[in-house]
Design a binder for this molecule. Structure first.
Ligand code: HEC
Length: 134
C-alpha cells in the first residue's frame, strides 16, 4: 500500500471508531435513563429519593443542550441570535463566559431567559455557552 492509502485507511478507522463511540454513549445514556423512567411509571410508591436518583444520571453536555435547546436560534441566526461558528460571537466572547452566562440566565432582548431550557442547570447552560463559542 502506498503512503496515501495507509493514511486513508487510518482516517477511515478513526472515523468508524468515533461513530461507534457515539453510538455506545447514546446507548449508555438510554440505559441510564431507563430505570428512572420506570420509577415514574410505577406511580404512587415513588420513593422520595427518586428525584435525586434522576439527577444522578449526570449533567447533559453542552453539545446536548445546544442541540436540544439553543440550536433553533443559534444554529440559524433566527431572531438575530449570534450564529454558532461565526464571527457573530467575537464581540460577545470578549465579555467573558461569566457575563454571557448571566445574560443567558436572565435573557437579553429576543434571547429568552435560559434559552427556554427551564430545566437547565447553570452549569449546563455554561457548558452550552462554552460549546457555542469554542
Ligand atoms: C428563541 C431564540 C433563542 C434561543 C432558543 C436561544 N437563544 Fe441565545 N440568543 C438569542 C438572541 C436573539 C440573542 C441576541 C440577543 C441580543 O444581543 O440582543 C442571543 C444571545 C445569546 C447569548 C449572548 C449573550 C450576551 O451577553 O451577549 C448567549 C450566551 C446565549 N444566547 C446563550 C443561549 C443558550 C445557552 C441557549 C440554549 C440554552 C440559547 N441562547 C437559546 C436567541 C435565542
Amino acid at each position: 500500500m502506498s503512503k496515501h492509502h495507509l493514511i486513508a485507511a487510518a482516517v477511515l478507522l478513526l472515523g468508524a471508531g468515533a461513530v461507534q463511540a457515539k453510538h455506545l454513549s447514546e446507548k449508555n445514556v438510554a440505559e441510564r435513563i431507563a430505570p428512572t423512567a420506570q420509577v415514574y411509571v410505577e406511580g404512587d410508591n415513588v420513593p422520595s429519593a427518586a428525584p435525586a436518583a434522576a439527577k444522578s444520571s449526570g449533567p447533559r453536555t453542552g453539545e446536548q443542550i445546544v442541540a436540544a435547546n439553543c440550536g433553533a436560534c443559534h444554529l440559524t441566526g433566527a431572531a438575530g441570535a449570534p450564529k454558532i461558528g461565526t464571527a457573530d460571537w467575537a464581540p460577545r466572547k470578549a465579555k467573558g463566559v461569566d457575563a454571557l452566562l448571566a445574560s443567558a440566565i436572565k435573557g437579553l432582548n429576543a434571547m429568552p431567559p435560559k434559552g427556554m431550557c427551564m430545566d437547565c442547570s447553570d452549569d449546563e447552560l455554561r457548558a452550552a455557552i462554552e460549546h457555542m463559542i469554542k
